[in-house]
Design a protein around this ligand. Structure first.
Ligand code: FAD
Ligand code: NAG
Ligand code: NAG
Ligand code: NAG
Ligand code: NAG
Ligand code: NAG
Ligand code: NAG
Ligand code: NAG
Length: 508
């Protein structure tokens, strides 16, 4: 019922505009209308990119689309679950948890923040740098001065990256940047601090990350000097789950027949005349266009087969970016025995070994929940995923014992972590941009293949890859381009390069 209300004015507006601009040209109007109605679109994947692309087509008057989603609900990597012992259950965010960069004054708003406000999502600011205590392998160890140095080193890294762009210099790894800027010490405290500022944002190490692209992603999200939203992280603590905002947004326009849940795609057949999508069930869906929003990890791992195979330029782009893994390991205890700050940073002699501890049992979040979670990323996450739950639990309890040498660490009453990398619907957590991923690769990752096969998602965003708002903006932008193509009765679409030759300097 709501959907009709939204659709009606758009339809009226369409007539009004055409009558105003082209009085008497009813044939053109009929043609335009006929084209719109005949084009059918399959939107593969019901995450942020898929839902926002659907909303964009709807706003453009294209309503003959279907979202095809393997899961039983919308949201994708906005994924929450009920966690906790009997009678002490809470909503835990297994995927995205923060609106990263909100809005400063009346400056540009992160659209995820706008949705959060529209639907009254319960959030609280998470003070990552101001509410923190630090530990090493023998217990409490105050190295906040080292952490502060790391903050400066990171800022310097992003500034130097910008200077490279201005001078037309090539990219390098963020490690190269750190080293050139003099940040070379490798004590556990320095490693933990650097890890906290870098790896937890990009899901991988500075060695594995582009110096320039990581600086862009940071700047465009957080740095208001260069168009970023705000230096603010709002943590969702809504019992409905963070996914509520995208499900509620979908409910405003999506008709039941426009959504197929529980439908896993196996094969995408594409040609100049149309597309067919074969489901695992054997059912075949036919359409004029397809918009694939599956994660980069899914595209990399052949979980979905393209017929004919994707062209070389596309495949090279897909295999040149990285799907990073970010793992949150949740523990619930009878009683809180840990720090009263929001964050505890642990410096192990091994870089990346259970470094980041975040408390939900805090007055700002879920007081009384008895929940704390520890995060791993990158290769360490792959290692963690390969172990049994029991082994991981034993390891993290060992780390807690090291952090709190005078406390007898009790057995947790609940323990859970998602295996994002092993999940065939995701194959990782979010994309990261390596230094060997060139601007042309990015164009090619984003570009449509022929007229019929289009791509969008958090990996196709140049400014905000790996973020919810990146998926959102790509949903808007790619669906807008598709709508133009559909209304024109065909198009060339986005540009791509046939062969990526020597690197040209980076540009935004
Ligand atoms: C652990 C973790 C933490 C994160 N933290 C944050 C954060 O705090 N802030 C932030 O901004 N971002 C965060 N992100 C990133 C953010 O979640 C993603 O950028 C965003 O959700 C991606 O949306 P998408 O629509 O591009 O892809 P997805 O959400 O992956 O949507 C794609 C959809 O396709 C479906 N699908 C896949 N394969 C098939 C198939 N074969 N057939 C049918 N359907 C299929 C999937 O089920 C999924 O619903 C995090 C991600 C993870 C995993
Ligand atoms: C929607 O697309 C399908 C598949 O091409 C087609 O059979 C159907 O007629 C279209 N519906 C409308 C209302 O245009
Ligand atoms: C989808 O699958 C879920 C879980 O298996 C089930 O509960 C639900 O009823 C299914 N939904 C549809 C529309 O078939
Ligand atoms: C750990 O911290 C304690 C207290 O600051 C310190 O005495 C000890 O040397 C530190 N250990 C290491 C390995 O840095
Ligand atoms: C770290 O920086 C913060 C903010 O700049 C400052 O308030 C704090 O005193 C610094 N702490 C140390 C130990 O240097
Ligand atoms: C950051 O750069 C400033 C200015 O060049 C310099 O004074 C400072 O030492 C640098 N800090 C770190 C931690 O590299
Ligand atoms: C990031 O922002 C800083 C300003 O705070 C700017 O100097 C730098 O050039 C920017 N970096 C990039 C890569 O754009
Ligand atoms: C642990 O107990 C010992 C002995 O009482 C004490 O010296 C030490 O400071 C305590 N450590 C912590 C982290 O409380």
């Amino acid at each position: 019922m709501f959907a009709n209300l939204v659709e009606f004015p758009a339809w009226l507006l369409g007539i009004g505009l055409v009558m105003l601009v082209l009085p008497g040209a009813s044939a053109a109007w009929v043609d335009g209308r006929a084209l719109k109605k005949d084009a059918s679109v399959l939107i593969l994947g019901g995450g942020v990119a898929g839902v926002i692309a659907a909303r964009t087509l709807h706003e453009q008057g294209i309503t003959n689309f279907t979202i095809v989603e393997a899961k039983s609900e919308l949201g994708g990597r906005l994924a929450s679950t009920t966690f906790g012992a009997n009678g002490k259950e809470f909503t835990a965010e297994l995927g995205a948890n923060w609106v990263q960069g909100t809005q400063t004054g009346d400056g540009p708003a992160n659209p995820i923040w706008s949705l959060a406000q529209k639907y009254g999502l319960k959030t609280h600011q998470n003070d990552w740098l101001g509410s923190i205590v630090t530990y090493n392998a023998t217990g409490p160890d105050d190295y906040l001065d080292v952490l502060n140095e790391s903050v400066d080193a990171y800022t310097n890294l992003t500034i130097a990256a910008g200077a490279r762009v201005d001078k037309g210099l090539v990219d390098g790894t963020a490690r190269t940047g750190y080293s050139l800027l003099g940040a070379k010490s490798r004590t556990p405290q320095v490693m933990a601090s650097e890890y906290y500022l870098f790896d937890t944002l990009f899901g991988q190490t500075p060695e594995e990350s582009s110096w320039i692209a990581s600086s862009w992603a940071y700047n465009f999200t957080y740095n208001t000097d260069v168009g970023g939203f705000a230096d603010d992280n709002q943590m969702s603590i809504d019992p409905r789950g963070f996914k509520h905002i995208i499900q509620a947004e979908a409910a405003e326009f999506l008709q039941p027949h426009q959504l197929r849940t529980n439908s896993t795609v196996k094969t995408i057949k594409h040609s100049d005349s149309g597309v067919s999508v074969v489901l695992v069930s054997g059912e075949v869906l036919h359409a004029d266009y397809v918009l694939c929003t599956f994660s980069l990890g899914v595209l990399q791992n052949d979980d979905v087969v393209f017929e004919p195979a994707l062209p070389d330029w596309k495949e090279e782009a897909i295999q040149s970016m990285t799907m990073a893994t970010y793992t949150k390991i949740f523990l619930q205890f009878e009683e809180k025995f840990w720090f009263n700050t929001e964050v505890g940073l642990y410096a192990d002699p091994e870089r990346g070994r259970y470094p980041l501890w975040q408390s939900l049992d805090h007055e700002n979040f879920l007081p009384g929940s008895g929940i704390v979670f520890v995060t791993t990323t990158g290769d360490y996450s792959l290692r963690v995923e390969s172990l049994s739950d029991e082994q991981v639990q034993e390891e993290v309890l060992g780390v807690l014992a090291a952090m709190f040498p005078n406390t007898t660490i009790p057995a947790p009453v609940a323990f859970y972590f998602p295996r994002w990398n092993a999940d065939p619907l995701f194959r990782g957590s979010f994309p990261n941009w390596p230094s060997s991923f060139f601007s042309e690769h990015h164009e090619n990752l984003r570009a449509n293949v022929g007229e019929r096969l289009w791509f969008a998602g958090d990996a196709t965003s140049q400014k905000y890859f790996g973020y919810l708002h990146g998926a959102y903006f790509e949903g808007v932008d790619v669906a807008t381009d598709m709508a133009k193509c559909i209304k024109a009765g065909g198009c060339v679409g986005m540009k791509h390069v046939q062969k990526v030759t020597n690197a040209r300097p980076c540009q935004v």
